[in-house]
Write a protein that binds this ligand. Structure first.
Ligand SMILES: *Cc1c(COP(=O)(O)O)cnc(C)c1O
Length: 311
């Protein structure tokens, strides 16, 4: 079985111009964008590409604001600070995720608590989340929940939001792996007040390294900007920083590469879908279960219209 799988994977890779899970696709558009940035001299934080890519990400996802960061872990760290998570709090998250999700929780001095995923979505299981939160009632230490949309498969966001509301905690979406994924016609990461993205080299759009917060509140956006830019108060020449903060800015050089990658997103998603269908075909009838896109996925870029049923 495994041998046959490996040979089919190779065949798909060689014949379809596959977009691999981890290898970025860098073409002329990217080369031109990066060269333009180098020629401008603005390689660091004062260039125009940072603001431009933030606007493009906000537009693409439908978030009110996108706030770029140096990587996805930094975006998660800031997300937790914006959600008001304090040292000693507990943060509930799924056990199937990248280590960054748990690291960010530790960076604010909080304690990650793990809940299993639902095998049909690969994201946090609503039934188990409810059980976990119910067991913690009275202990009063859980201050947030992080949902991660594994490999672009959206979790059961509405159900999870309802549970979190019931227990009075914010739901943060780690959408690092789900740029281009929609749920009920809405982009993942934009359901609650705070979502995060990553643009590491293994993601569907890369900045080399980079991340972003998706925010629907202007107040949180301002606060996030302050925390990620050394808490410098605006002034023509004075350096006055009104609190201890971070240098979490995305460099302009990375933003220039990211703009080129974002412009190619529909193409990248379409290709990934076509490849997924080949794997689905391969596993048909075997003992291995293929995880389908949920029907609620709906109307993302490249979605096959006649397969969609919006509930
Ligand atoms: C990639 C990723 C991140 C962020 O990683 P960075 O390398 O810091 O950009 C966070 N969470 C998940 C689930 C990821 O896959």
């Amino acid at each position: 079985m495994i041998d046959r799988f490996v040979s089919v994977a190779h065949e798909i890779y060689n014949t379809s111009g596959a977009i691999a899970l981890h290898a970025p696709e860098i073409g002329q558009v990217e080369r031109d964008a990066v060269m333009r940035c180098l020629d401008s001299g603005f390689v660091s934080t004062a260039g125009a590409d940072v603001g431009a890519v933030e606007a493009e990400i906000a537009q693409y996802t439908g978030a009110k604001h996108a706030l770029s960061t140096v990587n996805g872990t930094a975006a998660l760290h800031v997300a937790l600070m914006l959600a008001g998570v304090k040292s000693g709090d507990a943060v509930v998250m799924q056990s199937l995720t990248f280590v960054a999700t748990a690291n960010a929780v530790k960076h604010v001095g909080a304690i990650p608590e793990f809940v299993d995923v639902d095998p049909s979505t690969l994201s946090i299981d609503p039934v188990k989340l409810r059980q976990h939160l119910a067991e913690r009632v009275g202990q009063n230490t859980v201050s947030a929940c992080i949902l991660m949309h594994t490999f672009g498969h959206p979790g059961k966001i509405i159900e999870l939001q309802t549970i979190c509301q019931e227990f009075g905690i914010p739901l943060i979406e780690d959408a690092a792996e789900s740029l281009g994924s929609y749920y009920l016609s809405r982009h993942t990461g934009t359901f609650g007040e705070i979502g995060t993205l990553s643009f590491n080299g293994n993601k569907i759009a890369t900045a080399g390294g980079g991340g972003a917060l998706l925010l629907n509140s202007s107040e949180l956006f301002q606060r996030g900007r302050h925390l990620t830019t050394t808490a410098k108060t605006p002034h023509a020449w004075e350096f006055f920083h009104d609190e201890v903060a971070w240098n979490y800015r995305m460099p302009n050089l990375n933003a220039s590469l990211l703009r080129a990658q974002v412009s190619k997103l529909p193409h990248a998603i379409q290709k990934k879908r076509a490849i997924a269908m080949k794997y689905k075909e391969f596993f048909k009838g075997s003992e291995i279960q293929f995880v389908d896109e949920p029907v609620e996925f709906a109307r993302g870029a490249g979605a096959v219209e006649d397969e969609l049923v919006v509930q």
